[in-house]
Design a protein around this ligand. Sequence first.
Ligand code: SF4
Length: 434
Amino acid sequence: MLAARSGVANPFRRRSAGDPGAHPAYTPGVDVERKIEVLAGAAKYDVSCASSGSRRAGEGTGNASVGGICHSWSDDGRCISLLKILFSNHCIYDCAYCANRASNPVPRASFTVDEVVRLTMEFYRRNYIEGLFLSSGVVRSPDHTMEELVRVVERLRVDERFHGYIHLKAIPGASPDLVRRAGLAVDRLSVNIELPSEVSLRRLAPEKSKDDILRPMASIAGGIVESRAERRRHRSAPAYAPAGQSTQLIVGASPEDDRRILDLAHGLYRKFGLKRVYYSAYVPVNPDPLLPPPEGPPDILREHRLYQADWLVRLYGFAPAEIVDDARPNLDRAVDPKTAWALRHPERFPVEVNRADRDTLLRVPGIGFKSAARILATRRFAALRAEDLAPLGIVLRRAHAFLTCGGRRVLPPPPRAVAVDDRQPELFAAGCCP
Ligand code: SF4
């Protein structure tokens, strides 16, 4: 199924004798294709490394919604394709929101350590992937599962001398020793926070505790800090999770508002130095009285707004309280968070594009880091004119109402480019908001 639907040939397709593509080094068991089908499909709900949330209608080449191979970004900003699988979808836990929970009658499968190692190496040698994203249900116990995952990544690094990217999901509740061993073998190590509050965790994932999740997060954060300090002293010191840690949070399975979610994310960034918090709109896969009724598609717009707000907090220096507060605990669905903030602060606008400092420019909707830098660089030589703004990368549809140029209001772009709803110029901008 992986081959047919993702457009990626499966190197373990059984081949006829004399097939020039036959690989003599590895003859997989007859059930490996079935395992790939079950365990790549089961991994697709984890968005902390994914091109998920995108589905195109009609016939064509490629498929961004099927599991199997996903894309991620390495520490140096490269986009890399990863083999994304679960080690096992057997699970002793019964989290209400999860397709793989113990009480669900879904097809089950588990890889062996050897199978995951060989799959990764064979896909890598054939240039289908540049790395591995590995997670798992909890088989027997957190330590038993984590031990198997650690054996996979250590085999890859030590026996196979695999230098590709590895993102491993640590199992909540696993012992610190195993987490430490994993961190020394992988590029990114992460633990899913899952839900925005302890109350919701107790209600929907009763076998997991806040401590089971935060303890390994703290241990990973400590390992990264120690390793960086050690590597500054000795360049040959081993790197510990050099691509950092991330986490995933399910949005909409529990009643917490956006303020609660952003406060939590902000705390995680500060306390554990996370690279990213991934927000995953709740996808109803189980009928369960503890969950919201399965009405309509996942709330992708809310997920998108949270990413935009997260971007503002993480990179643009906004405090969460500037974006959501007691009076507005949820993000405005009609406009992006930066525009919503600007509309609430008319006293800060318009901004004169020829005089404003960088921080002020960055608060203008439609101006991002690159366009702010270009504004500052260009105006060192000459005063900017209104017609200079669009070529500098300013999104005039969003910015024009908040700017003056040479003391004059900036005119909106021609009507063809203006969105129907002039409060919301760009509902689904590519990437997060500048
Ligand atoms: S522990 Fe993970 S795999 Fe198991 S039921 Fe919970 S979310 Fe699903």
